[in-house]
Design a protein around this ligand. Structure first.
Ligand code: 3PG
Ligand code: MG
Length: 371
């Protein structure tokens, strides 16, 4: 096991908890439609930790951020819907108000940390999706309180660090999403460990342009072309689309080869690319997938993402899907229980793959009870 994992204190390292007040930082930043939770995965994912603590006789106080309310109370981001769902799933767990209603959370203000830990005996971080943020509730409490990683945080780190250190080969990473610039760090890190990289989504057009293809009005980052060219020459196989689906200049759905004509906008990978990508995935013994292949929310442009999701679901190797859009796509296609690990973190999973560590993990290692 990598040191960055074994050096993190676990729940068992907290000592006796009977009658103790335990603060649990969770990531209950769930998608909302008004005040309706559209996916409660992040709440359900914290239950093993919450229930274990209750089983030890602890009094559990959970806290989380929700949305980006910018340091002041905002009724749109009230924790009420989360509190209601949590009361159904984990009766008896208390939930604090949205941490980001206070500017001290994101500023990592010691005075805010002091308020959070007042009257608390121990701290648990189970907020994998927010563990890349050096915010007060993530890095503050372990400075003074006995602290531990919750079950979810530990499992996420175990799976994702495992990809970096001992993947079964071939290891194929499939990346999509709109911007190369957002994913540059993780692409470079992945190229060190994968056997092949598959690239779709909006960011494929900057790579295609680096190979001399025309991209029409597709998403395109001119300042990243040289970088893409360098990555393509790095020596690892990088699979790019051979065909593209999108809207032509008249706004009609169209299909092209790898050149998108003037006025055309690529919005999905084409069927030839989807089949080729599925073949690469089928042969893999480890797959990491992050980012949709196209605008899958629109049924006209969902086929590429669906093909990749189905290939990942059918792959007999160890399959990991990074959070956010790709997890939503899996759920949309009813395939979320067909992969080995769906991460609850988007940015956090990419940062952990890139750097091998996160601020929230480093903070736990410095806790007074850490081994
Ligand atoms: C997420 O949903 O990505 C996490 O909860 C972190 O939220 P943030 O990107 O607003 O910090
Ligand atoms: Mg985010």
């Amino acid at each position: 096991m990598p040191d960055n994992l074994t050096s993190i204190p676990r729940l068992e390292d907290l000592g006796p908890l009977q009658g103790k007040r335990v603060l649990v930082r969770a990531d209950f930043n769930v998608p909302l439609d008004g005040d309706r939770i559209t996916d409660d995965l992040r709440i359900r994912a914290a239950l093993p930790t919450l229930q274990w603590l209750q089983g030890q006789g602890a009094q559990v106080v959970a806290c989380s951020h929700l949305g980006r309310p910018k340091g002041k109370p905002d009724p749109r981001w009230s924790m009420d819907p989360v509190r209601a769902r949590l009361a159904e799933l984990a009766p008896g767990v208390e939930l604090l108000e949205n941490l980001r209603f206070d500017p001290g959370e994101e500023a990592n203000d010691p005075a805010f940390v002091a308020r959070l830990v007042e009257g608390v005996d121990a701290y648990v971080n189970d907020a994998f999706g927010a563990a890349h943020r050096a915010h007060a509730s993530i890095v503050g409490p372990p400075k003074t309180l006995p602290s531990a990683a919750g079950r979810l945080l530990f499992r996420e780190v175990e799976v994702l660090l495992g990809l970096r250190t001992r993947p079964n080969r071939p290891f194929v990473a499939v990346l999509g999403g709109s911007k190369v610039s957002d994913k540059l760090g993780v692409i470079e890190a992945l190229l060190e460990v994968v056997d092949a990289l598959v690239i779709g989504g909006g960011m494929c057009f900057t790579f295609l342009a680096a190979q001399g293809a025309s991209v029409g009005d597709s998403l395109f980052e001119p300042d990243q072309v040289d970088t893409c060219r360098r990555l393509l020459e790095a020596g690892k196989p990088i699979h790019l689309p051979s065909d593209v689906v999108g809207l032509d200049a008249a706004g009609e759905r169209a299909q092209w080869g790898r050149n998108v004509p003037d006025g055309g906008k690529g919005l999905d990978i084409g069927p030839g690319s989807a089949a080729a990508f599925a073949d690469v995935i089928a042969d893999a013994r480890t797959v990491f997938w992050n980012g949709p292949m196209g605008v899958f929310e629109d049924p006209r442009f969902e086929a590429g993402t669906r093909a990749v999701a189905e290939a990942v679901a059918a792959c007999s190797g160890f399959t990991v899907v990074g959070g956010g859009d790709s997890a939503a796509a899996l759920a949309q296609f009813g395939l979320d229980d067909r992969v080995d690990h769906v991460s609850t973190g988007g940015g956090a999973s990419l940062e952990l793959l890139e750097l091998g560590d996160l601020p929230g993990l480093a903070a736990l290692r410095e806790a007074p009870n850490a081994r």
